[in-house]
Write a protein that binds this ligand. Structure first.
Ligand code: ATP
Length: 229
């Protein structure tokens, strides 16, 4: 199977000389379709940096990133942003919903940019919000939803444009443990039933328990990998 995303000896350096920080140091990683991968490691080990590179939000100092077989470095800025929009779903710790838009409008936004017809947009959003347990709350704005509900909107938003992969940076960090567990169960089900590929950057043991693959980072390098059934 072709990997969805591959990093080849990717490094990301900040600063120079005495202040040089190797946030990532020659990391080679292939993410296969259907995986539920957790990138774990101590604070400062490079988890967020790796996720940013994998998602094409940042460019490696050395090495290369390949998205669906194509090197990011060969893409123009426009091509890369279109690629991200069409193939990658992002979920962030702080939800990052647009405050003036309703739950449904937040989900619809990317499909609007993709030029999908209104009827199809509405139908997909309705079904997806129902799927994440927010049926009946489509017209609420983020400040009218709990943190867990807002993160469910973020999951729906990431899923609804049918990306190849969802990247989630500490998605449970701001949630209480029961809300976090419910959210993870839902993502796990989307992974098992619909084959959605997820990559998490996390400290959360609940994510590690559910992961089919654990990638341990230390000082910007892959220290160890575990595969589970
Ligand atoms: N913009 C930046 N400028 C300079 N150094 C940076 C920058 N971003 C990250 N770093 C450094 O790169 C290293 C890796 O950071 P990164 O945020 O990827 O770690 P992390 O494992 O996600 O940490 P945490 O678990 O605390 O979020 C750290 O030493 C960090 O200080």
């Amino acid at each position: 199977m072709n990997p969805v995303i591959e990093t080849r000896q990717a490094s990301r350096h900040y600063g120079e000389g005495d202040t040089l920080v190797k946030a990532l140091d020659e990391v080679s990683l292939q993410i296969q379709p259907g995986e539920f991968t957790a990138i774990v490691g101590p604070s400062g080990s490079g988890k967020s940096t790796l996720l940013q590179l994998v998602g094409g939000l940042d460019i490696p100092s050395e090495g290369s990133i390949h998205l669906s077989g194509k090197a990011i470095s060969q893409m123009s800025g426009r091509e890369l942003s279109d690629f991200r929009r069409d193939h990658i779903g992002f979920i962030f710790q702080a939800y990052n919903l647009i405050p003036v838009l309703t739950a449904a409008e937040n989900c619809e936004y990317i499909m609007l940019l993709q030029g999908i017809a209104e009827k199809e947009r509405r139908e997909r959003v309705r079904a997806m919000l129902e799927r994440v347990g927010l049926g009946g709350k489509e017209n609420r704005r983020p400040n009218q939803l709990s943190g867990g509900q807002q993160q469910r909107v973020a999951v729906a938003r990431a899923m609804v444009s049918q990306p190849d992969i969802i990247l989630a940076d500490e998605p449970t960090a701001n949630l209480d443990s029961q809300t976090g567990a419910d959210l993870l169960d839902m993502m796990h089900e989307l992974n098992r039933k619909e084959g959605m590929t997820f990559v998490f950057s996390t400290h959360d043991p609940m994510i590690m328990e559910r992961a089919t693959r654990l990638v341990h980072l230390r000082d910007g390098r892959i220290e160890q990998e575990e595969h589970r059934a």
